[in-house]
Design a binder for this molecule. Structure first.
Ligand code: TXE
Length: 465
């Protein structure tokens, strides 16, 4: 029996009812009308970007330049959804096939109706906008529940859109999220930890509400013997330390060819020394996460790992300095669980075969990075993850036409690109008979010789006996 706070439920119910009432009108605007509204929203966000970046910084501690970069990336994805929704989701005819040659056949993608979006705090604009933009562009109205750590960012986005019945915002903690899952919306777009994702799935299962699961990651960076070590080290430090490591696509594990391990490690340590908490990276946003980071570091050292930079002393209250761990056993928490802090494990491997094997051992499968001059794409193809960037960190998440999402414990479903648009619409097939079939196959008027015709058709089209 789920006890949901009555006040929480009331707020969510009112927002979903308003969205339900507005849904037909929003869908009937059509792709052009909705694109116009989304363009107005995008311009409002752009005009207010400095204020919005300040809100992100105040609520979750991200340095202002990083907050502005997040907004820029989010606007690129919003623009793509606005400009491509009709091409991706609009009606298109398909070939009728041999048995139904007398029909006109059309497939299109229809909006679900009302979509509930539940967002995280670490990228409070970029990640929710991935779902909200696609859901709105596809013709749904949206009720958005931002993280309880970034409610003002959520409210700001809703106010910038300017119509609370089309994009409503309900604030609160997990109870509000749980109420949204049980509010009768037609789809839930969830972004957050895998543990919470399980609870969202369970709640949505009660009403067979489809869900998008954008969950955690344990991304690896692979360094081949011929890699550009300066570029790889820069990617590892930025990938591991920016946003204080609080990125689902953060580099948490590095597997480096043993021939270049020492040279690479030296470069990584030198770069990471220059990254200071409170100056280049903000605080760890969730108080509880500091203990997780600390426990992963201590567990790694207790099991024989070595801190070549940082270590337990790097944890200073909410500010955690960069920590680089080597020689960490593969079954350690720092290698198997999402640390979500400014830490890296660096492990020497015999070759890229071993690097791929260790990378794929993780139950997560969100993203990966490969540095190799000659074999990058070949190595990337062998990695089990939702995306891989070769010779650059996280480029895939910035490309508006590419889908973002994971496999395994990182979840399922996608945001961004055509897959992201289709995530918030259901395929609809329509046929229209152009003329009656000369051979009524699906009728009791079917003549006896029709069976012979069907046998000949099987033989001719699919191979003789
Ligand atoms: O997640 P939480 P956080 C992941 C990232 C990390 C996590 C950090 O890897 O694991 O998100 O975000 C609401 N029913 N990603 O700490 O705690 C809660 O109020 C319904 C992956 O915020 O899981 C918040 O709004 N909702 C991502 C949201 O769930 C509930 C990119 C997330 O909270 C709930 C960014 C419940 N029972 C971060 N309990 C990707 N893969 O793209 C809590 N919530």
């Amino acid at each position: 029996m789920t006890v949901v706070d009555h006040d929480v439920t009331t707020g969510v119910t009112a927002a979903v009812q308003a969205a339900r009432a507005a849904a037909p009108g929003w869908a009937e605007l059509g792709f052009t009308g909705r694109s116009r509204r989304l363009r107005a929203w995008r311009r409002a966000i752009a005009r207010g970007a400095t204020e919005l970046a300040g809100l992100i910084h105040r609520e979750m501690g991200k340095p202002l330049p990083d907050a502005m970069l997040e907004i820029a990336m989010a606007l690129e994805h919003l623009a793509w959804a606005e400009r491509n929704a009709e091409a991706v989701l609009g009606p298109r005819t398909v070939r009728p096939g041999a048995l139904t040659a007398n029909h006109k056949c059309v497939v299109e993608y229809r909006p679900y109706g009302v979509v509930g979006v539940i967002g995280p705090w670490n990228y409070p604009v970029f990640t929710p906008l991935g779902s909200i933009a696609a859901a709105l562009a596809a013709g749904n109205t949206v009720v958005f529940k931002p993280s309880e750590y970034t409610p003002e960012v959520g409210r700001w986005l809703g106010e910038a859109f300017g119509d609370a019945s089309v994009l409503g915002v309900v604030t609160g903690d997990g109870r509000t999220g749980a109420a949204l899952c049980r509010s009768g919306v037609d789809k839930i777009g969830f972004t957050g930890s895998t543990a919470t994702g399980r609870r969202v799935m369970a709640a949505c299962a009660e009403s067979v509400t489809p869900v998008l699961m954008e969950c955690g990651g344990k991304d690896a960076l692979l360094v081949d013997a011929d890699a550009d070590l300066d570029a790889a080290a820069d990617a590892a430090v930025w990938g591991g330390m920016s946003n204080a490591g609080q990125t689902c696509l953060a580099v948490e594990r590095v597997y480096v060819h043993r021939d270049v391990h020492d040279a690479f490690l030296e470069k990584v340590v030198a770069l990471a020394r220059g990254v200071r908490a409170g100056e280049h990276i903000g605080p760890v946003t969730m108080p509880g996460q500091v203990e997780v980071i600390d426990s992963h570091i201590r567990d790694a050292l207790d099991r024989g790992g070595r801190a070549v930079l940082g270590g337990p002393d790097a944890v200073r209250g909410r500010f955690v300095e960069p920590t680089i761990l080597t020689g960490v056993p593969e079954d350690s928490a720092a290698v198997t669980e999402e640390t979500f802090g400014p830490t890296l494990t660096v492990t020497a491997v015999a070759d890229m075969d071993e690097a791929v094997e260790l990378t794929n051992r993780s139950r997560y499968g969100l993203g990966a990075t490969v540095f190799s001059r000659r074999n990058g794409e070949a190595i990337a193809r062998r990695i089990r993850s939702g995306a891989v960037s070769v010779n650059a960190f996280v480029a895939h998440a910035t490309v508006p036409a590419l889908p973002l999402g994971g496999t395994g414990a990182s979840g399922f479903g996608r945001v961004h690109g055509a897959d992201g648009l289709r995530e918030f619409a259901y395929p609809r097939a329509t046929t229209a008979q152009r003329f009656p079939s000369p051979v009524p196959l699906t009728s009791f008027r079917r003549p006896p010789w029709a069976d012979t015709l069907v046998r000949v058709l099987i033989a001719v089209r699919h191979g003789w006996r």
